[in-house]
Design a protein around this ligand. Structure first.
Ligand code: TIU
Length: 220
């Protein structure tokens, strides 16, 4: 067992039963001209998570952790896009043309991972139609088949896809650790409060730790 300096208290995990999930580190959220910017956000705010994500990713790869990369997006025919998601806010962005191809559509440049955090051979890529990584995907099956009990979460955005995935995982019985400097939001206040919500009430959803603590625990 390894022990990691986390909040609200130490996070204990075993390398063999732990997976790293990199959530939606896609151009559509992080680079100009994608879904995040179309929604009216300053996407540069998410870049702070890239270096900590890379540090945790490198440490996870060195220690042989299962690494899973998720991507939010839809089929080119949008058959898997709920009307409620398509028209939310009265605007239609998903599936429309942008500078990086059709917004949030699988196979387009904007839907792809940012080059800094590109998956390597052998790391499962999970395409998800929703905010949570368990919703209508085979994530739970992949984790069970690999004997995974603990999850380390990095990615974007803190209060949307990371938080939804953390809650879905917690309800399925996983021990969830969110890496606070390796997640980011377009709204600094939401980022701060989303992390507080996770670790409050004695880790009601999970634990929070910094990337340096995660990397050193993985290496130690
Ligand atoms: N808009 C926003 O903050 N996030 C998303 O739409 N998806 C993810 O968080 N990946």
């Amino acid at each position: 067992m390894k022990t990691l300096d986390a909040q609200p208290f130490s996070f204990k995990f075993d390398l063999k039963s732990t997976a790293l999930i990199m959530i939606d580190m896609q151009r559509d959220f992080i680079e100009p001209g994608g879904f995040g910017e179309m929604l009216g956000n300053d996407v540069s705010l998410l870049r702070s998570a890239i270096a900590p994500c890379k540090a945790v990713l490198d440490a996870a790869r060195r220690s042989g952790l299962l690494v899973i990369h998720t991507r939010e997006g839809h089929r080119p025919d949008l058959a898997d896009l709920h009307p409620a998601k398509r028209t939310r806010g009265g605007k239609t962005f998903i599936g429309t043309d942008g500078p990086m191809g059709r917004i949030l559509v699988r196979g387009e440049k904007g839907h792809d991972f940012i080059p800094e955090l590109y998956p390597i051979e052998g790391e499962p890529i999970l395409d998800k139609p929703g905010k949570g990584a368990f919703y209508e995907t085979d994530l739970h099956l992949i984790l069970e088949a690999n004997g995974i009990r603990s999850l380390i979460l990095c990615g974007v955005t803190t209060e949307v896809c990371v938080n939804t995935t953390a809650r879905e995982a917690n309800d399925r019985g996983y021990e969830v650790l969110v890496v606070e400097d390796a997640v980011a939001s377009y709204f600094p206040e939401f980022h701060r409060v989303a992390l507080e919500m996770i670790r409050a009430q004695g880790a009601i959803v999970g634990w929070v730790a910094r990337s340096a603590a995660v990397s050193s625990a993985l290496a130690g």
